[in-house]
Design a protein around this ligand. Structure first.
Ligand code: ATP
Ligand code: MG
Length: 382
């Protein structure tokens, strides 16, 4: 079995692999790049695994004229920038100690050890620089069947790192066979251990949830998560009912995780997923918009183009009523509109608080007119 792709032929990538090999070291592609290339999906970043220590990788890469950034040196990772392209190069590792949250690792020269500590068989596929696939754990049949399966015993692997519960649903959403549903053994282990997610940092949970909700269709996986009791542990109060309708209404638009999160709700998603201030604010604005009857143009004006679209879709999904025809143009019209009256139009007759109140009243009239009334219309009425 061979993989190919522009990423593999990149001169920097080939140069880096050749440099490592010329010193007797192995240089193998691993993880997402091999998996996605085999599936014919776009390859985002290129991860390499090697039997060379981080120190050796640094020396070899620098001698070959590449820039090296020690991005995770102690954990075995350096980033090598070769011909303008960054490569994460990680030394083979094995776990020495795990506590469900972080692992103490040792460097290894054994590919089998490196494969055994990876999460899913489809993520433990390697390839050399000629594209020849190395499959130490028989991940290829699983990949072909779109079967996201833990490496080894699911429960044991989850106890090593509880974040793997969320990774299981994320990879299933992205690469799994949705008709078949998640791997039964994996799902049962996730359900049994779901409460332990509470020991994982909210940053890591938030990062995984963003990725999960950015999948083309996360709805079946999120429904499985809810049924397994996992969702309630990371996002208490969430309700999954509107997610599938939302994805349907999106009709292939590029996924926005915040929009998907908005229909899930939850008691305090900002804290639960450690969202940034602006994300929390946008989410709150969307939640509020779902509960209003404002037309598309008003939402576009209030929230801007992207959030305006999110609000219309999220509201339609929540209430099961499709948006009015032409809504997208209406959101765009609202986003591009400016309230036609300014303070100067009302001064000096009005000042201070009275001025503010009048402006507010005129804005309300303008909104009620669906952003149609002109400056003259509004001032005449004033
Ligand atoms: P993506 O396209 O989403 O980046 P990826 O497979 O590259 O997919 P990463 O999260 O970048 O996913 O991880 C890279 C590889 O490292 C995985 O394919 C897997 O082999 C391994 N890995 C990452 N996180 C874990 C984990 N928590 N437990 C075990 N293995 C992991
Ligand atoms: Mg990756």
């Amino acid at each position: 079995m061979k993989v190919s792709g522009e990423w593999l032929g990149h001169p920097g990538t080939q140069g880096l692999c050749a440099a490592l090999e010329s010193k007797g070291q192995r240089a193998l592609f691993v993880g997402g790049c091999v998996r996605n290339a085999l599936l014919g999906e776009p390859v985002a970043d290129v991860d390499l695994a090697t039997d060379a220590t981080p120190e050796n990788v640094t020396n070899i890469a620098e001698k070959a004229g590449f820039k090296v950034v020690p991005t995770g040196f102690d954990h075995g990772t350096v980033t090598v920038i070769a011909a303008g392209k960054p490569h994460e190069v990680t030394t083979f590792r094995r776990d020495v100690e795990t506590d469900g949250r972080r692992a103490v690792v040792a460097f290894s020269t054994d590919l089998a050890e490196d494969a055994a500590r990876r999460d899913f068989t489809m993520n433990a596929l390697y390839a050399d620089r000629h594209g020849t696939v190395i499959d130490p754990l028989n991940g290829l049949p699983d990949l072909q069947a779109r079967h996201v399966r833990f490496v080894g015993d699911a429960e044991t692997r989850i106890r090593e790192d509880y974040l793997r519960i969320l990774r299981f649903f994320r990879f299933h959403a992205r690469y799994g066979d949705q008709a078949k549903g998640p791997d039964a053994e994996g799902l049962a282990a996730c359900a049994a251990l779901s409460a332990r997610l509470e020991t994982i940092s909210k940053e890591r949970i938030g990062a995984e949830m963003r990725k999960l909700l950015s999948a083309p269709d996360p709805a079946p996986a999120v429904a499985s998560m809810a049924a397994a009791g996992v969702l309630a542990h990371i996002l208490p109060g969430a309700d999954t009912r509107a997610l599938a309708p939302l994805v349907h209404l999106e009709d292939g638009m590029s996924p926005r995780w915040l929009r998907r999160l908005a229909v899930l709700g939850g008691e305090d998603p900002g804290t639960a997923l450690r969202l940034s201030r602006s994300e929390t604010r946008d989410l709150a604005a969307l939640r509020e918009a779902i509960g209003t009857l404002h037309p598309a143009a008003a939402l576009g004006w209030q929230l801007g183009a992207d959030l305006g679209v999110d609000a219309i879709l999220a509201r339609a999904a929540t209430f099961g009523t499709p948006p009015q025809p032409g809504w997208q143009a209406e959101v765009a019209r609202g986003a591009a509109a400016t309230f036609p009256v300014s303070a100067a139009d009302l001064m000096p007759a009005l000042q201070g608080e009275a001025l503010g109140q009048r402006l507010k009243a005129l804005e309300a009239r303008w909104l009620a007119s669906n952003l149609i009334l002109s400056r003259d219309d509004l001032l005449k009425g004033a």
